[in-house]
Design a binder for this molecule. Structure first.
Ligand SMILES: NC(=O)C[C@H](N)C(=O)O
Length: 351
């Protein structure tokens, strides 16, 4: 995988605005449309994502200083399709360090929406803190009429600064909604109303930019924590997409190119072709490949019978199951531990 330059800490803080009665929030910027710039104010496609620095994002929303003292850290500035494990590991360690500081009350991550859900579950599973971690993006570039980024950023910072937001795991904010990072998924390629957790529901809403929660703090069932401190890379896990007459050889190509795990975006409740299943069973025997079965439908449950290195993705979509498998393989989970982790009814191995 190509390694992208990781931008060293570039702190941005407006010390003159410091208000000791407000919470301190750090914004970690990674790029995306929220930092995107287009040549015309009506362009919402074909623009450059990750063009503007974190100080420009902060300066565009003076109301941030009414709810918090903000500090910006530029971690990367890329389209979210180019987020790598290296960037994610760096991000996790920077956020953990920030939240371990008693003077910091919460963290906000600005991120492209295309793969936001992957980074969101990654951060959810690798940061240990009661303090809020809020991942936010935008669908319209900063240069567009009615850009959604500034309002989304203000709501994200307000949420991160809110004591009610503690103990809820990482959260995703877009279009006035608060969703669990564990479940939130992008459902529309263009609309600003794109992040949904259809079955599991939203956690809350913003009214006049203030968060209103529907429920007391709660974490998803089977939620696991993976300590990745010191990690510099993660094992390769690839996703295969199921369809009529799928090419069974793609699975072998993935394993031969280095995949230690596979996620099947299966048909319906995880269906795969007979020829494809034969090939995967051979790979499991020959290479010990670990396989999670999920669904291309992006909704509902997949439950396999759990035989030999095959685990049920349950209600995790393929891209989220991929992150979870990657973390578990990094930790060297045994087949039994993987079964418990993906079953999500038992207690996952804890750290
Ligand atoms: N709305 C967005 O942020 C899309 C952009 N291509 C990204 O994911 O970086």
């Amino acid at each position: 995988a190509p390694t992208l330059p990781i931008i060293p800490h570039q702190l941005f803080a407006r010390d003159t605005s410091f208000n000791s009665s407000l919470p301190n929030i750090t914004i970690f910027a990674t790029g995306g449309t929220i930092a995107g710039s287009a040549s015309s104010d009506t362009a919402t496609t074909g623009y450059t994502a990750g063009a503007l620095g974190v100080e420009i994002l902060i300066d565009a929303v003076p109301a941030l200083w009414n709810v918090s003292n903000v500090k910006g850290v530029q971690v990367a500035n890329v389209d979210s399709g180019s987020i790598t494990p290296e960037i994610l590991l760096n991000l996790t360690s920077l956020i953990q360090e920030a939240l371990d500081d008693p003077y910091c009350q919460g963290a906000v991550v600005t991120h492209g929406t295309d793969t936001l859900e992957e980074s969101a579950i990654f951060l959810d599973l690798t940061i240990k803190s009661e303090k809020p971690v809020v991942i936010v993006g935008a669908m319209r570039p900063a240069t567009a009429i009615s850009a959604d980024g500034p309002m989304n950023l203000l709501e994200a910072v307000t949420l991160a600064a809110s004591p009610d937001a503690r103990g809820r795991g990482a959260m995703v904010v877009l279009n006035d909604r608060i969703a669990s990072a564990f479940y939130a998924t992008k459902t529309h390629s263009n609309s600003i109303d794109t992040f949904k957790a259809t079955e599991q529901g939203y956690l809350g809403f913003f009214l006049d930019t203030k968060p209103l929660f529907y429920y007391p703090p709660v974490l998803p069932i089977g939620y696991a924590y993976f300590n990745v401190s010191g990690a510099t890379e993660l094992p390769e896990v690839d996703i295969l997409f199921g369809h009529q007459v799928l090419n069974p050889k793609l699975a072998r190509a993935a394993v031969q190119s280095g995949a230690k795990g596979l996620v099947l975006a299966g048909m319906g409740a995880g269906g795969w072709t007979t020829a494809g299943t034969d090939e995967i069973e051979k790979l499991v025997k020959e290479h010990g490949t670990q396989v999670v079965v999920s669904s291309r439908t992006m909704g509902g449950f997949v439950q396999t019978d759990g035989t030999g290195n095959m685990y049920s993705g349950q209600d995790l979509n393929p891209q989220k199951a991929r992150i979870m498998l990657q973390l578990a393989l990094y930790k060297g989970y045994s087949s039994e531990q993987l079964a418990t982790l993906f079953d999500r009814n038992g207690s996952p191995p804890s750290e």
